[in-house]
Design a protein around this ligand. Structure first.
Ligand SMILES: Cc1cc2nc3c(=O)[nH]c(=O)nc-3n(C[C@H](O)[C@H](O)[C@H](O)COP(=O)(O)OP(=O)(O)OC[C@H]3O[C@@H](n4cnc5c(N)ncnc54)[C@H](O)[C@@H]3O)c2cc1C
Length: 397
């Protein structure tokens, strides 16, 4: 019997599989695709903190970026930049493949073309039902890691609750003129959310957007506009689509199982970035499972340590980020323009750039600083913050 079955060989599942295999556990990864990294929809931006913390190899990085151009609906650009790189754009396919390769080298087995369809937890084991090349099979393990990404039907079967908020994205990778910096657009291309142009290897860029629904329609419209402005050539490229949870799953552990990554909703609600938070949580998951396997106690009570651990690290970010996302979604184009004007005229952008807490990965302190600025708060119609400010209580200007 395997010690651990990981369902889902995306980056978070593979990383966890590798960590557990390195510790000597017998690990099997079930992946429904035919290979790692197949048809991934992701822009692949991670902060430098993530690159350093997880030793992401230079060969997996397409570009390093020092800042970004932010465009409100008025088009009045705000360019924020630090002298040193802040983030990296990953080759997501190669990144997924490298994590799977690392897990395999540590001893994890992979079964591709294997879609898990059901899970049954018994007193001394878990049984996973999966279909492989059209044939239904069952396999047992001591414990289960669910790393299936955003997959509501499968998660509903596990009985740990459902996502009650999410957004959807669409993206293309296409030849683009004059794309040197990361560009983020608020307002028209993606009302309520945002759109991006992210240069990868010249002259290519990832162009996409997030929305509540029908992102493909909005992206098609925006691509036409970019084409009419001569930024992209007439094209025939396929869009890729993906959904992103904006709130965590109500519970991320159970008897003999834990849920990680996008499946657990460990994603920044502000930007939709899930790689770093997923990897950080995967470390906590691997440590919790290793000690639980060693002690022979895989009860829900014991595995609850995992949820306490990741919530301690990310809980506040997710709460503040989600609150900010909901407020942002209700802003009119006029309000967004006004906030950009206040930030520019009050030199708030410069003050924030100097502030050590401005970070690609940790947004709560910056959000709180920004909304505690009286004019910004007035524009956003914020009367009271629904959480403690944790000492970030000075105005920005
Ligand atoms: C448009 C878009 C842009 C994004 N850009 C960024 C970005 O710039 N930076 C960032 O950090 N994040 C970004 N993300 C989010 C990022 O892609 C995810 O956070 C990340 O992929 C999560 O990894 P994961 O391993 O948890 O899930 P996934 O990558 O979704 O992997 C899950 C795996 O499980 C497999 N699977 C699912 N169900 C089953 C089953 N029943 N049986 C077997 N296998 C199964 C799937 O095939 C898949 O391989 C973006 C997402 C979208 C949609």
């Amino acid at each position: 019997m395997h010690d651990v079955i990981v369902i889902g060989g995306g980056p978070i599942g593979s990383y966890t599989a590798g960590r557990l295999a390195e510790k000597g556990h017998k690990v099997l990864v079930l992946e429904k695709k035919q290979r790692s990294g197949e048809s991934v929809c992701c822009t692949g931006i991670v902060g430098l903190e993530c690159v350093n913390r997880f030793n992401i190899d230079d060969s997996l990085i397409l570009r390093k970026v020092n800042g970004a151009s932010l465009f409100p609906p008025s088009g009045n650009e705000l360019f924020i930049r630090r002298p040193e790189p802040q983030a990296c754009i990953l080759d997501r396919v190669a990144f997924d493949m490298s994590l799977a390769e690392k897990a395999r080298s540590a001893g994890a087995e992979y079964s591709f073309d294997s879609r898990a369809t059901d899970v049954a937890v018994a007193k001394d084991s878990v049984t996973v039902t999966f279909s492989n090349l059209g044939k239904q099979q069952e396999i047992k393990a001591k414990t289960l890691v669910i790393a299936t990404g955003f997959s509501p039907p499968f998660l509903r079967r596990i009985g740990l609750g459902a996502f009650d908020d999410y957004c959807v994205g669409a993206q293309v990778e296409i030849e683009t003129k004059d794309a040197e910096n990361v560009e983020v657009y608020f307002g028209e291309p993606a009302p309520g959310f945002f759109a991006w142009v992210v240069p990868t290897q010249s002259p290519m860029a990832r162009i996409g957007l997030l929305m509540r629904k029908t992102p493909g329609i909005y992206l098609k419209k925006w691509l036409k506009e970019l084409e009419s402005r001569g930024r992209i050539a007439p094209h025939q490229v396929e869009m890729s689509y993906g959904a992103i949870p904006l709130k965590p799953l109500p519970q991320t552990y159970g008897e003999r199982l834990i849920v990680i990554g996008d499946a657990a909703g460990q994603v920044k609600p502000t930007s939709g970035g899930g790689i770093y938070y997923g990897l950080l949580s995967a470390d906590i998951a691997a440590d919790t499972l290793h000690s639980a396997l060693t002690d022979g106690d895989l009860s829900a009570k014991r595995l609850a340590r995992y949820e306490r651990g990741w919530k301690k690290k990310l809980g506040r970010e997710l709460t503040v980020g989600y609150w900010a996302r909901k407020i942002f979604e209700k802003l009119s184009e006029k309000q967004i323009d006004r906030i950009f004007e206040i930030v520019k005229s009050g030199n708030i952008d410069e003050a924030m750039l100097k502030a050590p807490e401005l970070s690609f990965d940790w947004h709560s302190k910056t959000i709180i600083r920004l909304v505690r600025h009286q004019m910004v708060a007035r524009t956003m119609k914020i009367i009271k913050l629904p959480f403690k400010t944790g000492g970030v209580d000075r105005q920005v200007s």
